[in-house]
Design a binder for this molecule. Structure first.
Ligand code: SF4
Length: 138
């Protein structure tokens, strides 16, 4: 199986510590993390992905908005530059241990955070990175 992910969630996964918009959201997020930890690869998608699913029934779900799409664009550029590979919709990527380590190091250094300003989780993600990603689920 393959996990469908929008590009900015490649960053959000790095600092996910079990906090999120609702219990249903984090329960589903945990399942996605388990799938990735189990070795499933990722296909980049445009728009809502496997992490967004529990939020899509809400009126005005932010996952459908331009803000989230803009974050995808910026994150895809940053991560593509870091990994020296294209990350357009349809691209496939594996978050193996060495890729995760590279992405976490770059995130800590602020090299891949163009997508993050204005996000309500900005400070939490910064604190998790500053703490050496202690307590992250992936
Ligand atoms: S600040 Fe927001 S967009 Fe950036 S990694 Fe955290 S949750 Fe994702």
């Amino acid at each position: 199986m393959t996990v469908r992910l929008r590009a900015h969630h490649l960053l959000c996964l790095l600092t996910y510590v079990g906090k999120g918009y609702s219990p249903a959201f984090t329960a589903n997020y945990d399942v996605v993390v388990e799938r990735l930890a189990g070795g499933e690869d990722i296909q980049i998608v445009s728009g809502p992905d496997d992490i967004c699913t529990p939020l899509l029934d809400e009126p005005d779900a932010h996952c459908l908005g331009e803000g989230a799409a803009g974050r995808d664009e910026l994150a895809a550029q940053d991560v593509a530059d870091l990994l020296a590979r294209p990350l357009q919709a349809g691209a496939r990527i594996e978050l193996d241990a060495s890729t995760l380590a590279r992405m976490r190091k770059a995130f800590s250094l602020g090299l891949t955070r163009k997508a993050c300003p204005g996000c309500e989780w900005f400070e939490l993600c910064g604190a998790v990175a500053a703490g050496g990603f202690h307590g992250t689920r992936l």
